[in-house]
Design a protein around this ligand. Structure first.
Ligand code: MN
Ligand code: MN
Length: 465
């Protein structure tokens, strides 16, 4: 009796794996294989957008600039300064009824080079860095790092850099103190163990062969770079060079149920939404996919979600549909629905004390819906309206998608934010949702293949609604 009643009334919280048969498992593993392959070619926001454009082009999407007019079924995109991208399929219903938007970000925590990065000390050459986003600095020493980015010369020539990913490439690293001499360092608080100014990348040690010249190792490095790329030291000032872990994305665990990779926040949601969008045809409501930049440092700047570039893209759609009129953009946003698809913190049994076990997100329990983010009293939260959460639940339940409703950490401990509030401020109904991640913002983050597939299914169902 009690068991029956419990079955009927309880919100069961179980691992999704328990209902996975062999054929579903094949689908789940196939999706994760494609995801890992994609990650290995797209570690930075520029690389992600480059690969996304290639994928979109091969699925019949075209730059919106190429269209004079738009009609239902048309597939368009806009690439914003090679760092962010918006894609859309025009729906059969009037866009005045609102759009179905999924928005993620493609930037991840990393180390950027300073504008004057190169120096020599005791016959060793270094690059100085300035970290990007919230990192635990000690995690970024003594791991293999690769160098990615662009150097733009004054004549406009853009040189793409990618060193450390190919097995034949050298890698780079930031050194740390040996334990034998680290007594003082070990007494420090963990956050002060490594200073930001000490995150310097070791890049060379052979001097230029000339007795008279000073800074011989720096000169030798610049000579190598000049021969390879035709650049001088001053060209670093117009460059964007990022240091990221040189690790490959790999299957994890004896059962291979998880993915370990750099940059899964938020490329796991970016990839799964992009993959879902590539399979869409003839949607009822205009489907929009946002791949934004600069989320990790507050979404500012003209490639971040706070900028008006997204409004420009939607205005162009309205113009090319031939229906634009004053304030229509506002109306479209007010009637739109959005999933702000960003990763959630996965409950970690080793660090259980920071989470409320009843409300945490768990690896393997499917997509995490986060009604509100923010921290300590919901500060800064975009809190999804109950009516909208019910609508989202209905979409998931009728598509048999396993989901969990979660909160990021204990009330007084901390919290986080996403791009949700930006669209919510325009009047759109927004809910945060995404894949739970362990070791978030670390050089190597962990996700469950089950949740990756669940995210993909969720995004597809949301757009097909
Ligand atoms: Mn994120
Ligand atoms: Mn993040």
């Amino acid at each position: 009796m009690g068991e029956e009643l419990k079955e009927k009334l309880f919100n069961k919280k179980e691992t999704g794996w328990k209902d996975v048969n062999e054929s579903k498992k094949d689908d789940i593993f196939k999706m994760s294989k494609d995801y890992m392959d994609f990650l290995n070619t797209a570690k930075t926001e520029r690389e992600f957008i480059k690969q996304a454009k290639i994928l979109a082009d091969s699925h019949g999407y075209k730059d919106i600039i190429e269209f004079d007019t738009l009609k239902p079924g048309d597939k368009v995109y806009f690439v914003n300064r090679d760092k962010s991208m918006y894609l859309a399929i025009i729906g059969e219903k009037s866009i005045e009824n609102g759009m179905h938007i999924i928005g993620s970000h493609v930037d991840s925590p990393r180390l950027d080079l300073k504008p004057n990065p190169l120096y020599e000390d005791t016959n060793l050459a270094y690059f100085k860095t300035h970290y990007y986003g919230g990192i635990k600095k000690y995690q970024w020493t003594t791991i293999p790092l690769s160098i990615h980015g662009v150097i733009v010369k004054t004549n406009g020539e853009k040189i793409e850099i990618n060193i450390g990913e190919d097995d034949n490439d050298p890698i780079f690293t930031i050194t740390d103190l040996l334990p034998h001499l680290a007594q003082e360092q070990m007494e420090k608080k963990l956050k002060n163990g490594i200073d930001g100014e000490d995150l310097n990348l070791l890049i060379g040690s052979i001097p230029y062969q000339d007795e008279k010249v000073t800074e011989k190792v720096k000169l030798n490095i610049l000579n190598i770079l000049n021969q390879k790329y035709g650049i001088t030291e001053r060209d670093f000032s117009s460059s964007e060079i990022e240091l990221v872990p040189a690790f490959k994305a790999r299957s994890m665990g004896f059962d291979e149920s998880m993915v370990a990779a750099y940059g899964q926040d938020d490329k796991v949601c970016a990839y799964t939404s992009l993959a879902a969008m590539m399979e869409l045809q003839n949607v009822k409501n205009t489907a929009v996919c946002i791949l934004s930049d600069k989320e990790e440092i507050g979404s500012m700047g003209n490639t971040g979600m706070e900028s008006h570039m997204f409004d420009f893209f939607i205005s162009e759609i309205l113009n090319k549909l031939g229906i634009n009129k004053p304030n229509l953009l506002d109306k479209v946003f007010c009637f739109s629905k959005m999933m702000s698809s960003d990763v959630d913190a996965a409950f970690d049994p080793i660090y259980a004390s920071v989470s409320d076990k009843t409300n945490a997100g768990f690896l393997g329990r499917g997509i995490a819906l986060v009604k509100y983010t923010g921290s300590r009293g919901k500060a800064g939260a975009s809190d999804a309206n109950a009516e909208y959460v019910a609508w989202v639940r209905n979409v998931l339940e009728k598509n048999n998608i396993h989901y969990q409703l979660t909160e990021l950490g204990k009330v007084d401990i901390g919290g986080g934010g996403t791009i949700a509030y930006i669209l919510a401020n325009k009047g759109t109904d927004v809910i945060d949702c995404g894949v739970p991640v362990m070791s978030m913002h670390a050089p190597y983050e962990v996700t469950s293949k089950y949740d990756i597939y669940s995210a993909y299914e969720t995004y597809k169902a949301f757009w097909q609604e």
